[in-house]
Design a protein around this ligand. Structure first.
Ligand code: ZN
Length: 281
């Protein structure tokens, strides 16, 4: 396993950790200030949300690289299936263009839930695979890969039709495109006793690894993620399995925390994040 106590260059900030993906949360630091604060601390990269980028993808990508880091990913396409999914792939293609403009290789997909008129998840997964295949062809021409992120099963219905890494892999197989893989987020997979086996199967399809913690008493299923070390997820064991599968890429910290971390000074959040990354991840 990589030794993060000595080297934090694999550490990336997902700007959601500073409240940046939702209105009314966080300290409202401009993108430039976030970039400088990450570079000062020796991080290797940043993951942005589309709303922060607007028409400035190329400029922001260059700014990140000038600061000595990489744009590790972009969150995310609109839902591709389920309630609220747009009827076309236009916006999804625009998010591929934004990822390409930023110079990042990874665009995350949160799939959306159960397709209206169907029940369960399997039919939705089939529909999803067809749409992912189409988007993947467009993304391949722009050197962008699509990372399907399975979500904790409590997000089934309206947000996801992928509950496990195994689910995501089956859609990868069905989509049949080389630039489609899986994002592994500890918040969503920590409970899965079959995880190590699924990760072995995933191998080089693992496109991202997302860090936070599962608080013992979660107060809000979306916005109460814990800082690494403050919960019950076995972070070292999960990373061991991710790395044993062959993943050696960035580890992005993604903490939605309306009651705690989003209320704090971003400098404190970043300092604690770095310290926990070195010691408990
Ligand atoms: Zn995630």
């Amino acid at each position: 396993m990589r030794d993060f106590s000595r080297d934090i260059s694999p550490l990336a900030l997902n700007t959601a950790t500073l409240g940046h993906n939702l209105d009314g949360y966080g300290a409202g630091w401009p993108v430039e200030r976030v970039i400088d604060a990450c570079a000062e601390r020796g991080l290797g990269g940043i993951v942005f949300w589309r709303r922060e980028i607007g028409a400035r993808a190329v400029e922001i990508g260059e700014r990140v690289r000038a600061a000595g880091m990489e744009v590790v990913g972009l969150c995310r396409t609109p839902y591709l299936v389920g309630p609220g999914a747009p009827g076309t792939l236009d916006e999804a293609r625009a998010s591929v263009d934004m990822a390409a403009g930023l110079g990042t290789r990874v665009l995350t997909i949160v799939t959306g839930g159960t397709e209206p008129g169907t029940k369960g998840v399997e039919e939705s997964q089939k529909i999803l695979a067809g749409r992912v295949a189409k988007l993947a062809a467009y993304a391949a021409e722009r050197d962008v890969a699509l990372a399907l992120e399975p979500l904790n099963p409590m997000f089934g219905g309206n947000r996801t039709c992928l509950m496990t890494v195994r689910d995501a892999l089956s859609v990868c197989e069905r989509a049949g495109a080389p630039n489609v893989g899986v994002a592994v987020d500890v918040y969503h997979v920590w409970w899965d006793t079959g995880l190590a086996e699924s990760l072995r199967e995933a191998g080089n399809r693992i496109l991202g690894y997302h860090l936070c913690d599962w608080r013992e008493d979660t107060r809000d299923m979306l916005l109460d993620r814990g800082m690494m070390g403050d919960g019950v997820a076995d972070l070292k064991a999960i990373r061991r399995a991710v790395e044993a599968a062959g993943y050696a890429g960035p580890c992005e910290v993604e903490i939605f925390s309306s009651r705690d971390w989003w209320q704090r000074d971003p400098n404190e959040v970043l300092d604690v994040m770095v310290e926990r990354f070195r010691t408990v991840c």
